[in-house]
Design a protein around this ligand. Structure first.
Ligand SMILES: C[S@@+](CC[C@H](N)C(=O)[O-])C[C@H]1O[C@@H](n2cnc3c(N)ncnc32)[C@H](O)[C@@H]1O
Length: 237
């Protein structure tokens, strides 16, 4: 598959290649007690959805927060990222093999993985169909692609704090994901709507308020929640 060079894709690659962005990444997002809660909740979702997978590719692994938990669960993780600044942090933190490569040109043989996970990655790209097509062949039959998207977020309308947070993110309608999965020969086997609004804001709230929001969440219709975690599966042959 050819490397994508669309302006959005290039902007995100370049943004995360900056040393100062990689250095600030974890503290900026997960440094407060509420940020740590968000971190744990996101990781738990992904671990649930991979359903016991062992060979796992962490696509856009960043500083390795998810890879570390996957490795602790006994997974054989391979970390992949387009940013050497990010990988320079992930490798010592996790100790798993790492590959500097692009999500749109993945250097692996067909059926290499039980699961490919991409946390906080897919919503950076308009080209979700291209990304799903790039991942699908890497899954063994019964293997899963687990990732998250936004239903709504102010960051899709305004590039709030572009210098420290990067440009805009994208909203993907569920029908878009379903169509892209179908076109790539994958089935949607799970979708979980969570967070009442962007977790980028949760991290600024007192932890007691975050716990209240968590209790409130089941009463809010899934379609009004901000993020969706997806599991797409390659059918058994
Ligand atoms: C928001 S961070 C998420 C990092 C990690 N998954 C997490 O949840 O903390 C997005 C990651 O995707 C990586 N990335 C951006 N464009 C990419 C591309 N085209 N191919 C591979 N990785 C890319 C960035 O370098 C960055 O590490």
């Amino acid at each position: 598959m050819a490397l994508l060079h669309g302006p959005g894709v290039r902007e995100k690659r370049e943004f995360y290649r900056q040393q100062r962005i990689a250095a600030a990444y974890d503290q900026q997002r997960f440094g407060s007690p509420s940020g740590a809660w968000v971190n744990q909740r996101e990781i738990r979702q992904v671990i649930d959805l991979i359903a016991g997978a062992r060979r796992v590719l962490d696509l856009g692994c960043g500083t390795g927060r998810l890879s570390r938990s996957l490795a602790e669960q006994g997974c054989n993780v391979i970390m992949l990222d387009a940013s050497d600044a990010m990988l320079a942090r992930a490798v010592p933190a996790v100790g798993a093999p790492a590959v500097l490569a692009d999500a749109f040109a993945l250097p692996f043989a067909a059926a290499s993985f039980d699961a490919v996970v991409a946390l906080r990655v897919v919503f950076h790209f308009a080209e979700v169909d291209v990304l799903i097509r790039s991942v699908a062949p890497l899954l063994r039959p019964g293997g899963r692609f687990v990732f998250d998207t936004y239903r709504w977020t102010p960051r899709a309308w305004f590039a709030v704090g572009r210098q420290s947070w990067g440009g805009k993110v994208f909203i993907h309608a569920p029908a878009t994901i379903e169509r892209a999965a179908d076109a790539a020969g994958l089935q949607v086997v799970e979708r979980r709507a969570c967070f009442l609004f962007s977790p980028y804001l949760y991290r600024l709230l007192p932890l007691t308020l975050v716990h209240l929001l968590d209790q409130l969440e089941p009463r809010v219709p899934a379609s009004a929640r901000s993020r969706v975690f997806w599991a797409l599966e390659r059918p058994e042959e």
